[in-house]
Design a protein around this ligand. Structure first.
Ligand code: NAP
Length: 495
C-alpha cells in the first residue's frame, strides 16, 4: 500500500460520453475519484456533469431513438452480443478499475462482477427477439394484436457498490427493448462504467448510450426531471429513490426502483451448523464489506443452537483476510469512502452504547497499522440485540450484523417481516416443507433456501415494500420495465 500522492495535474483526466462524443463537461469542471484503500488518494478526475450536459445528452438520446427503435430487435440483440464478447476480452482491465475506485476485492468480487457484466449483455442480446405481442380474439371481422414498443429516452441512475453490474443490467435491457439511455453512475465509482461505455460506444450508433459523470444534485436531479426522459430507473438508497419517484410522478413517467434492504436470515434448529455457517456468512455479503443490497444482516438463530451456531459463524469470519483489495488472497476490501466509513462507525458506536449489547467479533476499525491507511472496517457481529435498536432496523450497508434468538416459528416470521424493507431473505433448514412454508411467508422479493448467493442473470430481481418497485434482471423485467404495450385493431369488413 503506497502513500505516494500524485499532484492533481498528474492525475488521469477522463471524459464522458455524450451523443457519440467523448467530452469534458460544458463548464469544464471536474470531480476527483479516490482510491478508498489509500484514504484521499485521487486516482483520476472525471467531468462534473451539470444541467447543460444533461440537456445535450437527453436531446442526443431522443434523436438517436428515432433510428434505434426501428432497428429490428434481433439486430439490436446482435449488437449486444458483440459488446458481450468485447467486455469478456477486457474483464481483467474492467475488474482492476473497479477495485481501485471501490475497494472491492478483486478475487471474490470485482472480477466476478466484470464477468457477469459480459453475461448480462449476452443474456439480453439473446432474448431481444422475445419482444412478442399477442393476438386478441375479437371475432371474425376484426383482427386485433398487440405490440411491445420502447418507451423512448431512459434516465438511469446507479450506485457504487456493484457499479458495472447495476449499469449493465439497465443498459443492456433498455437497449435490447429499443430505448436509448442516459446513464448517471455514482460519482464515487464512475471509472469502470466509463470504461464499459468505451466498449459499448464502438458498437452502438451515436446517442444510443450516453454516460454522464456527475453527482446527484447537479446531474441526477436534472436528469430525473428532464421532460424528454420517458422512463426512470434508479438503483440506490431509499431517500434517493423517493426523490426520483417524485420527479417521475410530476410527469407521469414510469419508474423502476431498486432500493435498500435489511434482509433476514432464519436458522432452524435442525440446521447443519457447520455447513450452513459458510452459507450464512456468504449471505451477509461480508466479502462486499456488507455493502450489498441483499445482505442478510439480521440473523435469527433458534435459541437451542444460538451459541453453538454463533461460535461457528465467528470462527468463519475470523478466517477471512482483510487487506489490499488488489491482492488475490484478500477476502475483504474497503468501505467505499469516508462518508460511508463514518456512517458505519457511527452505527457500531450506537450498538456498543446500548445496554447489554455484546460484540462477538469486530467493533470499531483499527486506527493504526496497515488497515488504517484505507477505509477498512472489520466484520462485526452484535448479540443480545433488541429488535428495536437502530442497528437491528436500519440499513447500515457495512460489515455490521445482528444475531437474535427465537423460539417459535410464527414469532420469527413476524420479527423477520417487521421491517419497512423486503428485498431478500434466507432460510436454513433440512426440512424442505418447513423451508418452503417459511420462504412463502417472508415478505421479500428474493428468498433462498440453504444458499446465500447474490441475484443472478435471468432472476426477476427486485423488492417488496420499500425495497423497490419493478423487476429488471430478466426477460420479463425487460418487458415490464422498458416497453409499453400498444393494441392495434383492424376492421376486416371496412372495404
Ligand atoms: P444513493 O446515495 O441513493 O446513490 C445512488 C445513485 O443515485 C448515485 O448515482 C447518486 O449520485 C444518485 N442520487 C442520489 N440521490 C439522488 C436524487 N435525489 N436524484 C437523482 N440522483 C440521486 O445510494 P448509494 O449510496 O450510491 O448506494 C447504496 C444504496 O443502494 C443502498 O441503499 C443499497 O441497498 C442500494 N442498492 C440497491 C440495489 C438493489 O438492486 N435493490 C442494488 C445496489 C444498491 P451521487 O452519489 O453520485 O451523488
Amino acid at each position: 500500500m503506497s502513500n505516494a500522492r500524485p499532484k492533481l495535474s498528474q492525475v488521469p483526466q477522463e471524459l464522458m460520453l455524450i451523443n457519440g462524443q467523448w467530452v469534458k463537461s460544458a463548464d469544464e469542471r471536474v470531480l476527483p475519484v479516490e482510491n478508498p484503500a489509500q484514504r484521499g488518494h485521487v486516482i483520476a478526475e472525471v467531468p462534473r456533469a451539470g444541467a447543460k450536459d444533461v440537456e445535450t445528452a437527453v436531446k442526443g438520446a431522443a434523436k438517436a431513438f428515432e433510428g434505434w427503435k426501428h432497428v429490428p430487435a434481433r439486430d439490436r440483440g446482435r449488437v449486444l452480443l458483440a459488446i458481450a464478447e468485447d467486455v469478456e476480452a477486457q474483464v481483467e482491465e474492467l475488474a482492476k478499475t473497479v477495485v481501485t475506485e471501490t475497494g472491492n476485492a478483486i478475487r471474490p468480487l470485482s472480477r466476478p462482477e466484470a464477468k457477469m457484466t459480459a453475461d448480462l449483455f449476452r443474456y439480453f442480446g439473446g432474448v431481444a427477439g422475445e419482444l412478442k405481442g399477442e393476438t386478441v380474439p375479437f371475432g371474425d371481422n376484426q383482427f386485433c394484436y398487440t405490440r411491445l414498443e420502447p418507451l423512448g429516452v431512459v434516465g438511469a441512475i446507479t450506485p457504487w457498490n456493484s457499479p458495472l453490474g447495476t449499469a449493465a443490467v439497465k443498459v443492456a435491457s433498455a437497449l435490447a427493448a429499443g430505448n436509448t439511455i442516459v446513464l448517471k453512475p455514482s460519482s464515487s465509482a464512475p471509472l469502470g462504467v466509463l470504461k464499459l461505455a468505451r466498449i459499448c460506444d464502438k458498437r452502438l450508433p451515436p446517442g444510443v448510450l450516453n454516460v454522464l459523470s456527475g453527482n446527484a444534485d447537479e446531474c441526477g436531479v436534472p436528469l430525473a426531471q428532464h421532460p424528454l426522459v420517458r422512463k426512470l430507473t434508479f438503483t440506490g438508497s431509499l431517500e434517493g429513490g423517493k426523490s426520483v419517484m417524485r420527479a417521475a410522478a410530476d410527469r407521469i413517467v414510469p419508474s423502476t426502483m431498486e432500493l435498500g434492504g435489511k434482509s433476514p436470515q432464519i436458522i432452524f434448529p435442525d440446521a447443519d451448523e457447520e455447513g450452513f455457517a459458510d452459507g450464512v456468512m456468504t449471505a451477509t455479503r461480508i466479502t462486499r464489506q456488507g455493502q450489498g443490497c441483499s445482505s442478510g444482516s439480521r440473523i435469527f438463530i433458534h435459541e437451542s443452537i444460538f451459541d453453538s451456531f454463533l461460535d461457528k459463524l465467528v470462527k468463519k469470519f475470523k478466517g477471512l483476510v482483510i487487506g489490499d483489495p488488489m491482492d488475490e488472497r484478500t477476502d475483504i476490501g474497503t468501505i467505499i469512502n469516508r462518508g460511508q466509513y463514518e456512517k458505519v462507525c457511527d452505527y457500531i458506536k450506537d450498538g456498543m452504547s446500548q445496554k447489554g449489547a455484546r460484540v462477538l467479533i469486530g467493533g470499531l476499525p483499527p486506527t493504526e497499522g496497515p488497515l488504517a491507511q484505507g477505509y477498512y472496517a472489520v466484520p462485526t457481529i452484535f448479540a443480545n440485540v433488541s429488535p428495536d435498536w437502530r442497528i437491528a432496523r436500519e440499513e447500515i450497508f457495512g460489515p455490521v450484523f445482528v444475531a437474535l434468538p427465537w423460539r417459535d416459528e410464527n414469532e420469527v416470521i413476524r420479527m423477520a417481516n417487521d421491517s419497512l424493507y423486503g428485498l431478500a431473505g434466507y432460510v436454513w433448514t433440512r426440512d424442505i416443507e418447513r423451508g418452503l412454508r417459511t420462504a412463502h411467508t417472508l415478505e421479500s422479493g428474493f428468498v433462498q433456501i440453504n444458499q446465500g448467493g447474490g441475484p443472478g442473470v435471468a432472476h426477476s430481481y427486485g423488492g417488496y415494500k420499500m425495497s423497490g418497485i419493478g423487476r429488471e434482471w430478466s426477460v420479463e423485467g425487460m418487458i415490464s420495465s422498458f416497453t409499453q404495450k400498444k393494441v392495434v385493431v383492424i376492421n376486416l369488413k371496412s372495404r
